[in-house]
Design a binder for this molecule. Structure first.
Ligand code: BGC
Length: 343
């Protein structure tokens, strides 16, 4: 009997000591957090939109540092299109004691290795731009996603052309035959944005009463050079036919503009998506008719705030309300080159 009592007392003592130690440790951890290390991996460092976004992300991190008095160190790595490389980068971030990871997945269907590692290490992850599948996102409550709503983007792109057509049908139906003949430049097939943008921009044109007819379309993987090559081919296959180029992003639209310039063809309208620096230049000089621009301040601000908040185990910023507790959808706007100014 006396042995049982002793055993109970010893167990009680051990449990209490453990509780005191745990509370001391967590108290110390919170007190000490005067700096944050964020590991960022980009699917490709040469992607124009991602580069634009990353530049603003660096500014937002500095802004956070100034406002909160917490030192923020960003470790930015380029996965160069390899999921394996990205997985190794995550491994390294964790061994360097990063407090949080911001991941622009190479393969959005293949997030499991990264999630496993992050969960084991207890390091939250903010995915952005390339959306992991829902099943992966639901594996842990410390996984977040920041991006734009693909359908909203596409509908805005379509509406931009619908409005222009209603105001100036002759500027969209360039040859006045009652039909707007278009070609479509598409992004990577595996990207959540490509299919939805392609489908809904055209659907919105049809719903808005624009009489469209597809000449052809092709995948240019978001790239300017590939967009340019496709457009060059289409210009020779369908001479004097293309009136409108609908592009899933600005870079491929710029490629189409390059091809038109090389072929010395004018009078073709081109619409893009992203509002990249290069896209905005083309808009300003009249080469691009319009674009749908993601609010990049908001996009990058959400990534930094969510990353910092989750790393510090703080309440997440009310400024960036989450859908289903994990998704933040960035706002977007239409930017057009006024047709009147070009006439
Ligand atoms: C952007 C593209 C970019 C791609 C990269 C898309 O949302 O519109 O410009 O290349 O994301 O993942």
């Amino acid at each position: 009997m006396r042995d049982w009592k002793k055993l109970w007392l010893t167990l009680l003592l051990l449990v209490c000591t453990g509780m005191v130690m745990t509370s001391c440790q967590s108290g110390r951890k919170e007190e000490e957090k005067t700096s944050l290390r964020i590991g960022i991996s980009l699917y490709r460092g040469d992607d124009t939109f991602i580069t634009n976004l990353c530049n603003i992300l660096e500014e937002k991190a500095k802004e956070y540092e100034r406002e909160k008095g917490i030192k923020v160190t960003l470790d930015i790595q380029d996965a160069k299109g390899s999921q394996n490389t990205q997985n190794n980068q995550v491994e390294r971030f964790i061994s360097l004691n990063c407090d949080v990871l911001c991941i622009n997945l190479v393969d959005r269907m293949d997030a499991s290795v990264i999630i496993d590692r992050a969960m084991t290490a207890g390091v939250p992850v903010v995915f952005f731009n390339r959306q992991p599948v829902e099943e992966d996102m639901n594996r842990w409550d410390q996984l977040y996603y920041v991006g734009v709503d693909a359908k909203e983007t596409a509908v805005l792109q379509g509406e931009m052309v619908v409005d222009l057509y209603r105001e100036h049908p002759e500027a969209i139906d360039r040859n006045g035959d009652g039909v707007v003949s278009y070609v479509m430049l598409e992004g990577e097939t595996s990207h959540q944005d490509s299919l939805i943008r392609t489908e809904w921009s055209v659907q919105t044109l049809k719903d808005g009463g624009v009489p469209v007819e597809k000449i052809t379309g092709g995948i240019a993987n978001w790239e300017r050079s590939q967009g340019s090559a496709l457009m060059e081919q289409w210009l020779s296959e369908y001479p004097d036919t293309i009136e409108l180029v609908i592009s899933n992003n600005d870079d491929m639209a710029l490629g189409a503009i390059d091809a038109l310039e090389r072929a010395q063809v004018s009078g073709v309208n081109i619409v893009g998506i992203d509002g990249t620096t290069q896209g905005l230049e083309a808009l300003a000089n009249g080469n691009l008719l319009g674009t749908v621009s993601a609010n990049k301040e908001n996009y990058a601000g959400a990534i930094v705030s969510l990353a910092a908040g989750s790393a510090l185990r703080q309440a997440l910023p009310a400024e960036y309300p989450l859908t289903d507790g994990k998704y933040y959808w960035t706002s977007q706007e239409i930017l057009i080159n006024k047709i009147e100014e070009n006439q």
